[in-house]
Design a protein around this ligand. Structure first.
Ligand SMILES: Nc1ncnc2c1ncn2[C@@H]1O[C@H](COP(=O)(O)OP(=O)(O)OP(=O)(O)O)[C@@H](O)[C@H]1O
Ligand SMILES: [Mg+2]
Length: 332
């Protein structure tokens, strides 16, 4: 058996002048939950679609369980289950019928198909909705049904493109539980993409951060935080007009601040508490009004900020950095 579930070697995809995926190399270990984290347009779907063989790479290679996707696409695809970014359940069919059609496409023999449907419905917590039309389902239920569908042919790897985008926290948590269950109890390797920092942090064993088609960081959530060499992050929120003055105070005490929409943040070493005291003293001497001063352990968005110099925003453009559970997007 191949060492890795998925091997991605120097993958490149160009669309005319745009290089959507730029020399990405990545190995997904058997049995792990791997998250490809990046803002809108980073190249997540393009990468995933090449892994799935739905899009041919400009150059580079993908191996699934050691099988080359290019030379042996059917064998490679058979190893994988897929949940695409767009929801593709059939609204006019019941949950059971959705699964049945999908299973038949894979030529699963009837007795096994029935068994798989029961099992998948149970996993997705949809057994009591077996005969309900998928069109009546909530977003979270549709996502769970799709995940169940991806498991019908008992793949060893499933790939999910933003499985929880747009779902509320309750539904998101339910999908996480489902994915953990599939991963731990069915030994299914999971490769997912996400814009949610918290999802990458809490669900994934390892994270690859992708930005402008390039893989800019790779490691466990803890490794990523350690790699950027921050023990803690100090942040001060204040009115926009005074942010520059706040940043000056950070510099005065030897820190390197970044000014964001409504706050200034700076990585601090182990002496962060002392630094906070110095900041408060200096700010009050200069009569600079602030709203809040706090210190936190570095989060994945601090890692992103440090690596790209870009602020993290959600899709509505409000600043959300420094707290987990929000979406990332690039300041344009
Ligand atoms: N078929 C295509 N033709 C031309 N450009 C494309 C095509 N597909 C994607 N792109 C471009 O490639 C870049 C990467 O797109 P991709 O869909 O992979 O990003 P993403 O990370 O999945 O973003 P999102 O979070 O919005 O889904 C974007 O700039 C996108 O506009
Ligand atoms: Mg996408």
């Amino acid at each position: 058996m191949a060492e890795y579930a998925i091997e991605i070697e120097h993958l490149v995809k160009r669309f005319d002048n745009l290089t959507a995926v730029n020399d990405v190399s990545l190995n997904i270990r058997r049995g792990e939950i791997f998250g490809l984290l990046g803002p809108n347009g980073a190249g997540k779907s393009t990468t995933l679609n090449m892994v799935l063989g739905l899009l041919s790479p400009t150059s580079g290679r993908v191996l699934v369980n050691g099988t080359d996707m290019h030379t042996n696409p059917y064998a490679a695809r058979n190893e994988m289950g897929i949940v695409t970014q767009e929801t593709v359940v059939e609204p006019e069919l019941t949950a059971e019928q959705n699964l049945m059609i999908f299973g038949r496409l894979y030529h699963i023999p009837e007795p096994e198909l029935r068994k798989n449907i029961d099992f998948a419905l149970g996993l997705a917590d949809l057994t009591s909705f077996r005969n309900a039309y998928a069109g009546t389902f909530s977003g979270g239920m549709k996502r769970r049904l799709e995940t169940a569908k991806s498991l019908m042919h008992a793949p060893s790897v499933i790939l999910l493109d933003e499985p929880t985008t747009g779902l509320d926290i309750q539904n998101r948590t339910k999908i996480w539980d489902l994915l953990r269950d599939i991963n731990k109890n069915q030994n299914v390797t999971i490769l997912l993409t996400t814009q949610y920092l918290e999802e990458a942090d809490q669900l994934c064993d390892r994270i690859g951060i992708i930005d402008h088609g390039r893989l800019i960081a790779l490691g466990t959530p803890t490794e990523l935080r350690q790699k950027i060499g921050m023990n803690s992050v100090i942040e001060i929120s204040a009115d926009r007009e005074v942010l520059q003055k706040v940043a000056d105070v950070f510099r005065k005490i030897g820190l390197e601040p970044k000014i964001l929409t409504n706050k200034v943040v700076a990585p601090a070493g182990s002496a962060a508490t002392k630094k906070i005291e110095m900041l408060i003293k200096e700010l009050s001497a200069r009569k600079v009004q602030i709203h809040n001063i706090s210190m936190h352990e570095p989060t994945i968005d601090d890692v992103f900020l440090k690596l790209t110099g870009s602020e993290v925003r959600d899709t509505t453009g409000d600043y959300v950095g420094g707290r987990a559970g929000f979406m990332m997007g690039r300041v344009r």
